[in-house]
Design a protein around this ligand. Sequence first.
Ligand SMILES: [Zn+2]
Length: 92
Amino acid sequence: MNASQRWTLAILEMDDYTCQFCGNVNHLDAAHIEPKSRRPDLALDPANGITLCRSCHSYFHANPYAFELFIYSFRQHNTSYFTRAPVAEPVS
Ligand SMILES: [Zn+2]
């Protein structure tokens, strides 16, 4: 597993394999909150990821303003979410 795959797995595990927007438990992605293009330094930061299903993920990619509103609201209601512990290195 490479670093990017470990990041994805860590996000899904922290979010209980559930889309944080619609509650779907199928076809899940780990989405970057700050896009890699804008913040490559946060690409592997577990606090910069959120679980979305494929359909919410593509909806938000097409509607970045809706995504910003969702993240803003999510942060208001989940104050501990973005201070969670860093990803432990897996034992290989
Ligand atoms: Zn969803």
